[in-house]
Design a protein around this ligand. Structure first.
Ligand SMILES: *[C@@H]1O[C@H](CO)[C@@H](O)[C@H](O)[C@H]1NC(C)=O
Length: 631
């Protein structure tokens, strides 16, 4: 009896201390997790939606009443699922991720459909995370290339519908547990990364600004929908062969343009040597600067390039008045013996001035071939916006002086729907014409080019605005250049650029007057030109009609290229059979609008493509009819 009581008395403290021990280990850990979560909550702007359950002193994993959005495994937090809660971060401050890093079993974080903004928070501190869902927020900015390196366990990454920019982080390529990557509807740019991990099952990179060829390994494994909506991407999978539309990004434009002329190559070499000399002199003047220039800070680099280019532009000046605004360098840096062929003549200095060396050193990219020659997009360090440089052959009707007079006349034209040339470069066998680059690209590209994304934004008000703008631009040319037998002469959807607010801009107008083989320059041929070599101002009316048909039907005309549809015949038949409505692009109708007015526009277009130019209406009448069409 005494022994049992003695044992019981000895056991009791043991039980109590065991109880105490378990309290010490388990309960503080629970309290810690609550603290970490509350610390995370404190870094949010308005977290009232979490308030009812996220209360201090309660258990986030309580079985009867867990905290909102918290899922637990074995009484520790494993998922944070805070979707559709109107949460956001504090102004200018990122979410505090550090406290989440202390939740040892956290594997799944979703902040989908909230109002977070700013750069991507440091979720890469959560090295054992398996899923990260940040879609449907306003996150923006570049994600550092190494960002995902510490996240070796990541299986699913969903960050679509945000505003991320810059390149897709290269570190994604190293993660070999990834099953799903959804990056669509952001503003990622640059080349496609190679994401072809064998684990990867779902990939979506659509509707970004990625460019160049889609890696073959990815083309084989993922459908077109994974890549569509990247206007400057190419690859068989999205039906845009790379050679035809966009070649690879080229190194300096100079190589491309100058490749054909040995003399000019020497000139380029001389200029490069002169620039080197200048660089050395500049560096001598300020020794400390030398190191920053060698360094890779892009800011100092571009500053440095700018300094050199400023000088280059004035070295290369040849009495065209381009150096005036460019820099303070005196002419004594000029070297003798620069052939005239190295000149770039600025004809429009409203937006700034650049020289041939700037242009040749610019990063260039082939845009396509217009039939007259290749065009390139060139981005210069010294000139704000990118430009398009078009090489043109066969424009040798005029000698250099006459060419200069004519092109300046075209360059003086100012109208909101006309894009005049900025500069030219004259060589006997080839000319280079420089115009501004327009971000949305050509009307043709918007209608047929990029997987339907741009096409979908072309609703009836937008299409009407574009058609009316084309009419106004053409009308202006027909007044300004009324003495020309054919004021535009090259109207087609690829020569109509579209500004960011959907204002159409006519380019490549009147260039046939420079050509000894005028007919070869015609965008496509109205019947009188094709059959009888007869040019009249009404040829522009025919081309206008075809462009309107293209805009209204959303179809690519066979008049441009064999693999299109004969829109002229289609329109004639539709008018004759009273089935005009069937011709209208369903996309327009879907977006709403007065279908009768749409039909009216198609009928005007059908009248513009009247076969017999004697019967075909005049430009003035065509424009008047177009202006009368209402929304
Ligand atoms: C987020 O919003 C989108 C669009 O409204 C919706 O399709 C999606 O299901 C939402 N996601 C969640 C997790 O609720």
């Amino acid at each position: 009896m005494t022994t049992t009581t003695a044992t019981a008395a000895a056991v009791r403290p043991l039980i109590i201390s065991l109880l105490l021990l378990s309290l010490l280990t388990a309960s503080p850990s629970l309290r810690d997790e609550a603290d970490h979560l509350l610390q995370f909550k404190a870094s949010l702007k308005d977290s009232s939606s979490l308030d009812p359950t996220w209360a201090p002193g309660t258990d986030p994993c309580a079985r009867d009443r867990p905290w909102l959005g918290i899922h637990c495994t074995d009484t520790t937090v494993s998922s944070l699922l805070l979707m559709n809660l109107g949460l956001s971060n504090k102004e200018g401050a990122s979410i505090d991720v550090a406290p989440l890093g202390k939740l040892g079993n956290l594997r799944f974080v979703s902040l989908e459909n909230n109002s977070f903004n700013g750069p991507i928070p440091e979720f890469n501190r959560l090295g054992s995370l398996k899923s990260l869902f940040l879609s449907g927020n306003g996150f923006s900015g570049e994600i550092p290339s190494e960002f995902f390196s510490p996240m070796g366990s990541l299986k699913k990454l969903e960050i679509y519908t945000n505003s991320f920019t810059g390149k897709i982080p290269a570190s994604l390529q190293q993660l070999d547990s990834l099953i799903e990557i959804l990056l669509q509807r952001n503003r990622f740019s640059g080349p496609f990364p190679i994401l072809d991990q064998t684990t990867l099952k779902v990939l979506d990179l659509s509707s970004n600004n990625l460019e160049g060829e889609i890696p073959h390994s990815m083309q084989r494994r993922f459908p077109a929908s994974a890549f569509e909506g990247n206007p400057r991407a190419c690859g068989a999978v999205i039906n845009k062969p790379c050679e035809a539309l966009w070649a690879h990004t080229l190194p300096p434009l100079g190589e491309a343009i100058m490749a054909s002329s040995a003399t000019t190559r020497w000139v380029v070499l001389a200029i490069v040597l002169a620039m080197l000399l200048v660089t050395i002199l500049l560096n001598k003047k300020d020794k400390s600067d030398m190191f920053t220039m060698i360094g890779s800070d892009p800011r100092t680099r571009s500053h440095h390039e700018h300094a050199v280019e400023v000088h280059a532009a004035s070295i290369n000046r040849r009495g065209v008045g381009s150096a005036r605004k460019v820099g303070n360098y005196s002419e004594n840096g000029a070297k003798k013996g620069h052939g005239k062929s190295s000149d770039l003549v600025m004809i429009n200095e409203e937006h700034g001035v650049f020289g041939m060396p700037d242009l040749m050193k610019a990063a260039a990219e082939v845009l396509g071939n217009s039939g007259m020659g290749s065009s390139y997009k060139a981005t210069m360090a010294c000139y704000g916006t990118p430009v398009v440089a078009k090489r043109m052959r066969g424009m040798n009707k005029l000698n250099k002086d006459a060419f200069d007079v004519e092109i300046r006349r075209l360059g003086r034209i100012r109208h909101r729907n006309i894009l005049p040339p900025l500069a030219y470069h004259y060589r006997k066998e080839e000319k280079l014409l420089v115009t501004e680059f327009v971000p949305k690209g050509s009307l043709m590209f918007m209608l047929h080019g990029d997987g339907g994304i741009a096409h979908a934004e072309l609703d009836w008000p937008t299409r009407l605005k574009i058609i009316k703008g084309i009419g106004r631009g053409l009308g202006f040319l027909h007044t300004e250049l009324s003495e020309l037998e054919l004021p535009h002469g090259n109207l087609k959807s690829s020569n109509i650029l579209v500004s960011s607010n959907h204002e159409p801009l006519l380019t490549d107008y009147s260039l046939h007057s420079f050509s000894s083989t005028a007919k070869s320059l015609q965008g496509y041929k109205s019947p009188e030109v094709a059959l009888h070599q007869q040019i009249t101002p009404k040829s522009d009316v025919y081309c206008l009609g075809l462009v309107i048909l293209e805009v209204m039907t959303g179809k690519y005309p066979s008049q441009y290229h064999n693999n299109g549809i004969d829109l002229v015949r289609l329109a004639r038949e539709a008018v004759a059979d009273g089935k005009v409505a069937e011709l209208i692009d369903p996309e327009i109708v879907k977006g709403g609008g007065d279908v009768a007015e749409m039909e009216r526009m198609v009928r005007i277009a059908a009248a513009c493509v009247e076969e017999d130019h004697e019967v075909r209406m005049e430009m003035r009448e065509a424009i008047r009819s177009i202006e009368a069409v209402q929304l």
